[in-house]
Design a protein around this ligand. Sequence first.
Ligand code: SAJ
Length: 420
Amino acid sequence: MTNDRCTVAVVGLGYIGLPTAAIIARSGCEVTGVDTSEAVVETVNRGDIHIEEVDLDGLVQAVVSRGTLKASTQMPEADVYVIAVPTPFKRDSAHEPDTAYVMAAADAIAPVLKPGALVIVESTCPVGTTDAVRDRLAEKRSDLAMPGIAPATPDIAIAYCPERVLPGRILEELVHNDRSVGGITPRCARKALAFYKRFVRGECVTTEARAAEMTKLVENAFRDVNIAFANELSMIADRQGLDVWEVIRLANRHPRVNILQPGPGVGGHCIAVDPWFIVHGAPEDSRVIRTAREVNDAKMHHVLEQATALIEESPEAQVACLGLAFKANIDDFRESPARFIAARLARKFGERINIVEPYAKELPVEFGDTGASLVDIDTALETCGILIVLVDHDLFRSIPAEERRDAMVYDTRGIWQTPG
Ligand code: SAJ
């Protein structure tokens, strides 16, 4: 790999892989995005995108037309391989991580691997996965010396370098966030560091692959535990007739206290998932992390119960559920507590339920035969006597008090609290 010309294969063109491929292409490398989906490959090769992310359309269009990014279903020979495929739970398992896609990527890379190549895993993984990738490559390519096991100077460098970007800010954060760069050996880390320096402006800190794997999981578990604290407080406050938002606001005036915000539960594909990877690896020792997961899931059921009671108390009232997304101002409805709660209410109360979701063109499939309808915010404010806030979209935040004065409100996000 010289400093001028570097060929890169980014494996997996999803929410992380595609923006990463585009940013690397912008830095001057020749990038091939590899995906198993023909449709995704065709879309990218047209200069289009199949996911929503701020400014990604313009960037992909630019690098594809410049010829520095192309997509393929075939794995090319490359100087650097970046694996950015999903790591879901195993089907029917008790939250057991499934690294099959990562291993399948290693299998696809093995036949085209050439001496001098660098293989980077970016997917969120249980501790030990990068070593397993190395072992798989060693098994398939006994002609190549692999790091950490070969007595000779290794032919291949292997590293784990997780991203930590926030949806909606991915392009900005890919470049400006600090990164952990974990090598199987210090030499692997140095090689990966030189690669990331091409396009990352944040600080890149080298470490071991296993430490980098754990760091990624710990970041999301930290956030989950802290949200669980806020959610637990909100359930205690409900029982004791206290205003949790006020208690948190007051407590946060302490110079060393910073409590997060309660909500209807934790959604998305990272914070509600990654802590289980830690628990699975150390079940006896992960008591707080496991309990936080359970508390955040329990909050979803608590909200459902409270909302159900409120709706049953006023049998004549129409109900508006505000929001389906897993968090504010995004169009991602997957793994969303708001969607789960709204769908359960729709199933129970049918035509009384009106959904307001500015980011949805139609209701998700599970609302199909419930009788619930998708309405705009003005209709909801005019016709609904009960407002249930499930997502803190800016649109909802901006509704003035006069417009919701006559309705009964259950605000799970605290967006309409009077600031203290
Ligand atoms: N939430 C609360 N209360 C809060 C903050 C968040 O209930 O005070 C809820 C949100 O509503 C949402 C969930 O938590 O349902 C997660 O949202 P988020 O904005 O905290 O995080 P994600 O899932 O969009 O992105 C996280 C980020 N990780 C951390 O902040 C430690 C991001 O930096 C990671 O790159 C990303 O996971 C990932 O890919 O792992």
